[in-house]
Design a protein around this ligand. Structure first.
Ligand code: IMP
Length: 200
């Protein structure tokens, strides 16, 4: 089985990538599974693309092999696109998913019409290969912010995100239902040709 390093220590993301890549018979290895202590990479970019590139290129430079990085987040229209690139630590340090959810629900208080609570998850993937230009793809998943949280699956903002055409939150979907419609899936399918040509 072929391997690709996934530049994340986020257990939720790692689980989803492992599931996607297994369909291509590729073993996705997250940073937490590597023996090397790579330390934390500062995400100093102002866009998903810049941050994905920083993560993928830094680790590929260290490991001398192909690395895929994901930078993702939630963009809420009524908040002018926030939390956006600041999604992970929107309520401050240290990263706290529940505090982030509380902050978003608080900020949307008083906005009653679902059509004014539109939002999307965005995922930019960067694949860095030593000596080659970095490849980028982007996927989105459209939905609305629920009035209260529900569900235990997934991670991050899933309990308050209702995907379009569903009447339950992303956290109430099974892992495979989420993986069928997610921003990460919509990005990764665009890498299919690259995966087939380069990894097999
Ligand atoms: P990153 O590690 O800087 O890309 O931060 C991504 C953050 O965006 C996560 O910590 C979550 O708060 C949020 N996020 C990204 N993808 C998802 C998802 O699939 N569900 C829920 N929240 C997500």
């Amino acid at each position: 089985m072929k391997e690709i390093i996934i530049a994340t220590k986020n257990a939720g993301k790692a689980r989803e990538f492992k599931s996607f890549f297994s369909a291509y018979h590729i073993n996705a290895i997250s940073l937490s599974e590597l023996d090397e202590e790579l330390g934390d990479i500062e995400e100093t970019g102002t866009t998903f693309r810049e941050n994905a590139a920083i993560k993928a290129e830094t680790i590929a430079g260290m490991m001398k092999q192909p690395v895929l990085a994901d930078d993702s987040g939630l963009m809420i229209d009524a908040l002018n696109g926030r939390p956006g690139v600041f999604s992970a630590r929107y309520a401050g340090q240290p990263k706290d998913d529940q505090a982030n959810i509380d902050k978003v629900l608080q900020e949307l208080k008083g906005i009653e019409a679902p059509e004014e609570r539109t939002a999307r998850f965005v995922c930019v993937l960067a694949v860095a290969i030593p000596g080659e230009p970095t490849i980028f793809v982007e996927g989105t998943c459209e939905g609305t912010i629920a009035f209260s949280q529900a569900g235990e699956n997934g991670f991050g903002y899933d309990p308050v995100f209702t995907p379009d055409s569903y009447n339950k939150t992303m956290a109430q979907l099974s892992p495979s239902e989420k993986n069928d419609i997610s921003h990460r899936k919509n990005a990764i399918v665009q890498l299919k040709d690259w995966l087939v040509n380069r990894m097999n």
